[in-house]
Design a protein around this ligand. Structure first.
Ligand SMILES: Cc1cc2nc3c(=O)[nH]c(=O)nc-3n(C[C@H](O)[C@H](O)[C@H](O)COP(=O)(O)OP(=O)(O)OC[C@H]3O[C@@H](n4cnc5c(N)ncnc54)[C@H](O)[C@@H]3O)c2cc1C
Length: 355
């Protein structure tokens, strides 16, 4: 169904010798049955299912396909085997069935996106979602010129993940330029003094990779022993090996008090109070970016994620659904199946019967 609306795409009028003027065009805005926001693994899985049930849909993606994975550390290896990362029934072969690296996963998801020819508009960030008489209007900015546009949809499925925002320490200096909440290339830290803060796998893995890249690494954890941290066994083993080799210095029961330009004030069991550093990596978790959902009045759970119907994945706002990491389904093999329930519910909603 289509309706008349104002297309806010700003188009420069070509006038020789005159300043180009923005011009608004009145045209028909197509009302899709569904718009999926985000083309990560789960947005893609949703698209494949939407294609299968014959929905009229579009995927809007702020970056390229699987932009979050593009931003994961170079060479990083997934913990899950390839068949748990595969989507849409497309096999994900890896040499000798090894666990995939970031690069293998990017290659795989790109090929799936090409093979399925999903309607994905990349570099089109959704900046606002509004309710309309018959669904929603999505406002976007298209790279590289931040060109605004609008799209209409009866239902919206938000698959924007949690990669958007790294958690920051609540201390003075946490937003200084040498304090990072993620990293890409370990070589950036070659022969630099780096304090890594965090007791989870990301912190443990960063400590290993930076130590191997000849950085001087301190690993500040909140537990009395490294064995009590939330490291997977193979990460703990590798960290302990480098501690033995004096390439990682653990700081236990650590509490960062203040970060200054070239040192960090902290309390820890080892008695260090001031540590001279070049970089601080605070790898203490990720937070969902809720800027699209909160203005719509979506109710949130105690974990800060949107409350949703466990069967349909519909939020407290009728017609607005969530899936993937944003919906608590943090593992791809879980989310890829459950997103089918959301698509089924959406198909039922827009057509009034089961797909
Ligand atoms: C280091 C690391 C290791 C991991 N290892 C594993 C593992 O071994 N196994 C496993 O199952 N899971 C693993 N995960 C988790 C897994 O990567 C996520 O669960 C998965 O990527 C979630 O997919 P998603 O599509 O929900 O979100 P994402 O992959 O985060 O995709 C979200 C997409 O939405 C886009 N987006 C965001 N905001 C907007 C907007 N406003 N407009 C348009 N687009 C937008 C982003 O650019 C992105 O492409 C790991 C995560 C990390 C960080």
């Amino acid at each position: 169904m289509s309706h008349l609306c104002l297309d806010t795409t700003v188009q420069a009028t070509l006038c020789w010798g005159k300043t180009p003027q923005p011009r608004s065009l009145v045209r028909r805005m197509h009302q899709h049955e569904l718009i999926i926001v985000g083309a990560g693994p789960v947005g893609l899985a949703a698209g494949i299912e939407a294609q299968r049930v014959g929905l009229d849909f579009l995927i809007l993606e702020a970056g390229t396909v699987c932009q979050s994975l593009v931003e994961y550390p170079v060479g990083m290896r997934f913990y899950s085997p390839a068949d748990e990362l595969a989507i849409g029934g497309y096999p994900f072969p890896t040499p000798h069935d090894e666990k995939p690296t970031r690069e293998m996963a990017l290659n795989y998801y790109r090929k799936v996106a090409s093979a399925t020819n999903l309607p994905i508009r990349t570099y089109e960030r959704v900046v606002r979602i509004e309710r309309s008489a018959d669904g929603f209007v999505l406002h976007t900015l298209h790279m590289p010129h931040q060109t605004p546009a609008t799209y209409g949809a009866k239902c919206v499925l938000v698959c924007t993940g949690v990669w958007g925002k790294g958690r920051r320490l609540a201390v003075e200096g946490a937003d200084l330029p040498h304090v990072w909440t993620r990293y890409d290339e370990p070589i950036r830290f070659w022969r630099k003094r780096v304090l890594i803060v965090g007791s989870g796998n990301s912190a443990g893995e960063a400590a290993i990779r930076l130590a191997d890249a000849d950085a001087q690494v301190w690993l500040a954890v909140d537990q009395p022993r490294l064995e009590q941290c939330r490291f997977r066994p193979f990460i703990l083993r590798e960290v302990l090996l480098r501690v033995d080799e004096q390439r990682i210095t653990p700081l236990t029961c650590a509490q960062v008090r203040r970060i200054a330009a070239d040192y960090v004030e902290l309390r820890c069991a080892e008695g260090i109070e001031s540590l001279p550093v070049d970089f601080v990596l605070t790898l203490i978790g990720l937070e969902a970016d809720l800027s699209l959902l909160q203005p719509l009045g979506v109710l949130l759970g105690a974990d800060g994620k949107p409350l949703h119907d466990p069967e349909t994945y519909e939020t407290s706002v009728s017609g607005l659904f969530v899936a993937g990491a944003l919906s608590q389904d943090g593992f791809i093999y879980v989310a890829r199946e459950r997103v089918k329930q959301a698509i089924q519910a959406i198909a039922t909603r827009v057509r009034g019967s089961k797909a």
